[in-house]
Design a protein around this ligand. Structure first.
Ligand code: GCO
Ligand code: MN
Ligand code: MN
Length: 387
């Protein structure tokens, strides 16, 4: 029986804001004592995580003096070293402060947009000090409640201008960050711009440095939009744009829940892990989730361990699925090949088109029954642990 312990090569990371989440919600205040970045590093070291990511202000309070900043950085660096943790990703908090109540890069106010750039440059400096190589952009407040308030076309242009500026800053400073855009349809805004991962995949080619930019899809965000997350990730992978991933879980049709990975939709989680493993995804597997409001500090560790353990278990299940003889025989059976026709369809030529137009393809004979119930049941039995 494998032990399912987290392996460093899996690059399991958590954010300071995830295991440090004090359990507040819109209806009630904090229920867990706030713990410091150093305490969080100790916790993550204890549960066997690979790394920790942060927003600028998770680490350095927005009103810290330069001397306080330096002390915090020094203490945190030591805690990272003590716990063998790395910082693969950094990001900017462009959503908590009142200045950003109507957006950061897409604000109607040029001064707010400038402040958002200034804050991001400083946060990029901070992340670089810790060796972060992925820089995430989540537009928490980039959106509207009413389209009377902002021009949605201008918003895209403003966002593009900001990213182009920051790409040049990245080059100028030699930071070598890869930018990863994280989509979300709503919360905290009524309607957020770039609502789904596909929106960013379409946006990236319009940037000055598309090669520097990719996506950071999150399970919960696409499920909130009622979408199949696995398909969104597949699109990013196929475009070679999957730079980072936020793993958690979410019931469809509910508020933003940030549940422990795999805890709500196990079947989707299985196919997600299978996709990432089959295609050799090599970036961080970041858990952007938090423990239930009811959890105490020990239970927060169970939450963190559970995220990683579920991933490891599903990874083993995916390998099992890939080598299950009965499943693989069905996969072979349903993938019907015809070398002659494949050759004709592969590339257009006038002669291939003519041959295809003349091909004796009998649509009635093409209607064959498919053993998909059987295949899916076998899959479920792998997931349920009886195969
Ligand atoms: C959310 C988001 C955030 C971002 C984080 C990093 O729903 O609040 O998922 O947790 O991932 O701000 O950019
Ligand atoms: Mn989220
Ligand atoms: Mn996220």
């Amino acid at each position: 029986m494998p032990n399912y312990d987290p392996e460093p090569k899996m690059k399991f990371t958590f954010g300071l804001w995830t295991v440090g989440n004090p359990g507040a919600d819109p209806f009630g205040g904090v229920v867990r004592e706030r713990i410091s970045p150093v305490q969080i590093a100790n916790l993550l070291g204890e549960v066997g995580a690979y790394g920790v990511n942060f927003h600028d202000n998770d680490l350095v309070p927005i009103d810290a003096t330069p001397a306080q900043r330096d002390q915090i950085v020094k203490d945190f660096k030591k805690a990272l070293k003590d716990n063998h943790l790395v910082v693969p990703m950094a990001t900017t908090n462009l959503f908590s402060d009142a200045a950003f109540k109507d957006g950061a890069f897409t604000s109607n106010n040029a001064k707010v947009r400038a402040y958002a750039l200034q804050k991001t440059m400083r946060a990029m400096d901070l992340g670089a000090e810790f060796g972060a190589k992925i820089y995430v952009f989540w537009g928490g407040r980039e959106g509207v409640e009413s389209d009377a308030t902002k021009n949605p076309v201008e918003a895209i242009k403003r966002f593009r201008a900001a990213i182009n500026f920051l790409c040049e800053y990245n080059i100028n400073k030699g930071y070598n960050y890869k930018f990863a855009f994280e989509a979300k349809p709503n919360e905290p805004r009524g309607h957020m711009y770039f609502a789904v991962t596909g929106s960013y995949l379409a946006f990236i080619p319009s940037l000055d440095h598309p090669e520097m930019c990719g996506v950071n899809p999150e399970v919960a965000h696409e499920h909130m939009a009622g979408l199949n997350f696995v398909h969104q990730v597949a699109a990013a992978l196929e475009a070679k744009k999957l730079f980072h991933i936020d793993l958690n879980d979410q019931e469809f049709g509910r508020f933003d829940q940030d549940y422990r990975f795999g805890s709500a939709n196990l079947k989707h989680a299985f196919f997600l892990v299978k996709l990432l493993e089959d295609y050799g995804y090599n970036g961080s597997r970041h858990f952007d989730a938090h423990a239930y409001r009811q959890s105490g500090s020990e239970d927060v560790k169970s939450f963190a361990r559970g995220c990683m353990r579920t991933y490891m278990i599903l990874k083993e299940k995916a390998a099992r699925w890939n080598t299950d003889k009965e499943i693989q025989a069905l996969i072979k059976e349903i993938n019907v090949d015809d070398s002659e026709l494949s050759k004709l369809s592969k590339k257009f030529s006038a002669s291939n088109a003519k041959k295809l137009l003349d091909a004796p393809l009998d649509r009635v004979a093409l209607n064959i029954g498919l053993p998909y119930e059987k295949l899916d049941q076998l899959t479920m039995e792998v997931i349920m642990g009886v195969r």
